[in-house]
Design a protein around this ligand. Sequence first.
Ligand SMILES: [Ca+2]
Ligand SMILES: [Ca+2]
Ligand SMILES: [Ca+2]
Length: 239
Amino acid sequence: MVYSFLVMILMNCQNKNTEESEAEVKVVEAQEMIFEEIDGIVGVEAEHFISQTDTAVRKWYLTTTSNTPDVQPDLDGNHAETASNGAYLEILPDTRVTHDDSLIWATNFINDPGEMAILTYKVHFNNSGKYFVWVRANCHGTEDNGIHVGIDGTWPETGQRIQFWGNKKEWSWESRQRTDSVHTGVQELIYLEVDKPGLHTIHFSMREDGFEMDKWVMRKEYVAPEGTGPDERLRVMEH
Ligand SMILES: [Ca+2]
Ligand SMILES: [Ca+2]
Ligand SMILES: [Ca+2]
């Protein structure tokens, strides 16, 4: 298990160009990492995805304490030192940081889920039902703080427009949904329904470029994770 995690990190570190990144995705898919929900909670490092698609315009890049993606613009620096597992993903390039920067639909912003930079993770759920989704993010611009979440190839309304507030410039957990009347987000509206126990896929896709994601958690209770959140629990490893 430890060996496979190291392989993935090493492969991810090589994402300097498209060709190498495609090779990286294949390797990670072959590992078929499956995380497990136990007692109503599952936590997964953002960097432990099994695949990434729809990357023609924007893409999630891995940042670690020893590797910063060579993609510009990205005005803020490397925040891996305080990230869980010393690694996180960021959607780059980041051409819209504040409200004064031009909004270009389907380039640096997309309100529709499941269209751009889609990450997929595999989770085995022991318990069906409603799970709130929490994300640990580091927002340095007011236009770098939105994302979407989906399940099993679907993007329900309750997974759309996860919203962080402002630009805290430090890692923090949030689970709020941006609404027409509350742009800073409303609590307890971001959740996914797991229809039956067993294997499911969880997806995240871009809403705003420059979003930095360290880790995510699905939890039956609406209680924010503390610190770097619960440890990952791997269910099986197929080769
Ligand atoms: Ca950034
Ligand atoms: Ca942005
Ligand atoms: Ca992480």
